[in-house]
Design a protein around this ligand. Structure first.
Ligand code: MN
Length: 229
């Protein structure tokens, strides 16, 4: 096996109105991005925590993908908003995947909900509802970022870039072993985080998989995951 295997966590998506027919799915854009940089994409369905050791042994890199809100019970808060966009089974499984990836020293790219989950896993908290960060479909861009000097995102995206924004939650208290490396200049929302304790983890609040052909840095980020992280 020569190709680098990139495991991508899947969502649970009901495909009928009654919610009985549920698919394990994640955007095809991940597979496309991973293949473009020479990797072999594999989708990891939500499952039992007893499976995470074998999943992480099988993959070289892990992507935690976007989706539901992270349940506030994981950062010690009550649900403060009127939303049922949560999935405890997915939260628990992906937290276990993340923990095992750290244990086995496998690099992690955390996207959108993934970034929120990483922040929570390391002791951070979230804003449960923010304004001006929901553009609807993830195609095209809707706000800018400024990046921090000396960070990976500055190297890949430059000092400023345009990104998409499809999130209702955001980081409130940043986990202590992370540095915020990109911000929305309008409201200082944290848009990227990078580990400062030697953990091989980078998190983005936006969806780079939808911008690989549009904005410089996004495809290069997948290349960074494969070759450097
Ligand atoms: Mn945003």
């Amino acid at each position: 096996m020569c190709r680098t295997i990139v495991g991508v966590s899947a969502n649970l998506c009901p495909v009928d109105q009654a919610g009985k027919n549920i698919h394990s799915s994640v955007s095809c854009k991940f597979a496309e991005s991973i293949k473009l940089v020479g990797g072999l994409p594999m989708v990891i369905p939500v499952g039992d925590k007893s499976l995470v050791k074998d999943y992480i042994e099988t993959v070289d890199k892990l992507i935690l993908s976007g989706g539901q809100n992270v349940h506030p019970q994981f950062y010690g808060e009550e649900k403060a908003i009127d939303s049922d966009d949560y999935n405890l089974a997915r939260d628990e499984f992906e937290l276990a995947l993340l923990k095992e990836a750290i244990r086995q020293g496998k690099p992690v790219l955390a996207i959108c909900r993934g970034l929120q989950l990483v922040n929570v896993a390391f002791g951070g908290t979230l804003n449960q509802q923010i304004d001006n960060h929901w553009q609807g479909q993830p195609f095209g861009t809707s706000h800018s970022i400024r990046t921090e000097k000396g960070s990976v995102v500055e190297r890949l995206f430059g000092q400023a870039s345009q990104i998409n924004s499809v999130h209702r939650q955001s980081i409130k208290d940043l986990a202590p072993n992370f540095r915020a490396t990109a911000f929305d200049p309008r409201d200082n929302t944290i848009e990227a985080i990078e580990a400062v304790d030697g953990s091989r983890i980078i998190g983005l609040q936006w969806h780079p998989e939808f911008l690989i052909n549009e904005e410089k840095g996004n495809l290069e980020l997948f290349q960074y995951l494969l070759q450097e992280l």
